[in-house]
Design a binder for this molecule. Structure first.
Ligand code: LLP
Length: 434
């Protein structure tokens, strides 16, 4: 077998047993038999392990993990995290309702996002979230007005854009001034007198998020340093902050890194270094991918193999509609067979592509793989975060099923969407009144 970076398998709780790929104790061929293909499969143990690693990395201070629901909002995933004590970072009323439904208490929910609608702000206030992260002056005005109208004080955090380069893919970098996120300090600072004297606003936290897959611990330290200094300014201005929210960005390994990312403890150390001795606030962090990404695989079946030009295409039944990351970011996901390759197998480069009518519909390009045949099952690794969550029904493709593994138990996390779901909200006749 080609050496697959070992941490990819172990972080995912995947292993070959008698030549068959297992998630924890469950043979993935059994999952494919029961749920069909394509199906996302998540390991509970992998999520628990990642959660514990981040919790341990923050043990130097009082802290709260507010899981970024956007990475994977499946209720089974959220319930599992809630049981371990996780809070949630949400960006919409939909995510708010999901988090509450999964049993995450409102006081552990923070509301991020650059474009919250008024109805969403109202819903957040009514449910009693921990903090609404304000990202523009206009949004502050809206929150204040809505809170005043309800006769309440809105718990707000100012999300600062520290103008720090997280050294990551430009589409997932959020800490530089040329991105749409957060408030420049020069804009945030003059707001303080107004906020602390408002009867409808309660400044409870400061926040930042410099990006995903943060690869520079120096950048993280710098951002947290800027943020925690600003927290002190807020206190000096009269605010009673309870938290400093350092955002998400805890990285995970996908397998193509020149060297694996440092462990979570190093990320925690970088946060600690940025805080210096300013640790009297609760440290909130919003990891998404690091908690659930390694835990997930996308099972897919090989439909056809065809040689064309210089290329060999392995055509599978999963597509960019199920996992858009390769198409969108040229992201790398390891792809392995559910049957362990023979030791003498001849590995050759292939493109693993889906059925969607787009040249960008690939899951891997020029990837060395052992020979595969129609009917073989493959596992696309690292698919637990930003996989099913970013899926679409483009090309008339119903959304994939989701399953969860817990030891030797296999749980339905979401049934495959029935084909009728594709037109469920359309009138059945063109003249039918809506
Ligand atoms: N907090 C905020 C305010 C965020 O915007 C994000 C992610 C997170 C936390 C969680 O970041 P994480 O720990 O997962 O890196 N679709 C892209 C990722 C977009 C991330 C957007 N914001 C991908 O597939 O790589």
């Amino acid at each position: 077998m080609m050496p697959l970076p070992r941490e990819i398998l172990s972080d995912a709780c995947l292993s070959y047993r008698s030549g068959r790929l297992h998630s924890e104790e469950v043979n993935l061929e059994e999952v494919a038999k029961r749920f069909g293909s394509p199906t996302f499969v998540y390991s509970k143990a992998s999520i628990a392990r990642a959660y514990a690693a981040i919790r341990d990395a923050l043990s130097f201070a009082p802290h709260m993990i507010a899981y970024a629901v956007k990475a994977n909002g499946n209720l089974a995933v959220l319930r599992h995290l809630a049981e371990m004590g996780s809070g949630a970072d949400i960006v919409s009323e939909g995510e708010l309702r999901r988090a509450l439904r999964a049993g995450i208490p409102a006081e552990n929910i923070v509301f991020s996002g650059v474009g919250k609608k008024r109805a969403e702000i109202a819903a957040a206030l009514d449910s009693g979230v921990r903090a609404i992260h304000v990202e523009s002056v206009g949004e502050l005005d809206a929150v204040e007005e809505i809170a005043r109208g309800r006769g309440v004080r809105a718990p707000v955090a100012l999300r600062v854009n520290p103008n720090v380069d997280a050294e990551t893919h430009p589409y997932i970098a959020t800490g530089l001034h040329h991105t749409k996120f957060g408030l420049e300090l020069e804009v945030a600072r003059p707001l303080l007198p107004r906020i602390v004297s408002s009867s409808a606003l309660d400044l409870v936290a400061v926040a930042c998020h410099i990006g995903s897959q943060v690869s520079s611990s120096a950048a993280l330290t710098e951002a947290v340093d800027i943020l925690s200094r600003f927290a002190e300014e807020c206190v000096a201005a009269g605010a009673t902050l309870h938290s400093i929210d350092v955002g998400g960005g805890w990285p995970m390994n996908y397998g193509n890194e020149a060297k694996p990312f440092p462990p979570p403890a190093a990320f925690g150390d970088a946060i600690r270094a940025g805080l210096g001795d300013r640790v009297s606030f609760k440290v909130v962090t919003e990891p998404g991918r690091a908690l659930v990404g390694p835990a997930g695989v996308l099972l897919t079946e090989v439909l056809y193999v065809k040689d064309q030009g210089e290329k060999r295409f392995v055509i599978v039944d999963a597509a960019m509609t199920d996992l858009i990351r390769p198409a969108l970011y040229c992201a790398h996901h390891e792809i392995i067979s559910l049957r362990e390759a023979e030791s003498d197998a001849r590995w050759a480069p292939v493109d693993v592509v889906g059925p969607v009518c787009e040249s960008g519909d690939f899951l891997a390009q020029d990837r060395l793989m052992p020979p595969v045949e129609p009917g073989d099952l493959l596992a696309v690794c690292g698919a637990g975060a930003y996989g099913r969550e970013m899926a679409s029904t483009y090309n008339g493709r119903p959304l994939a099923a989701e399953a969860m593994v817990d030891g030797d138990a296999l749980i339905t996390a979401r049934e495959r969407a029935p084909i009728e779901s594709l037109w469920a909200h359309e009138p059945s006749q063109s003249n039918e009144p809506l």
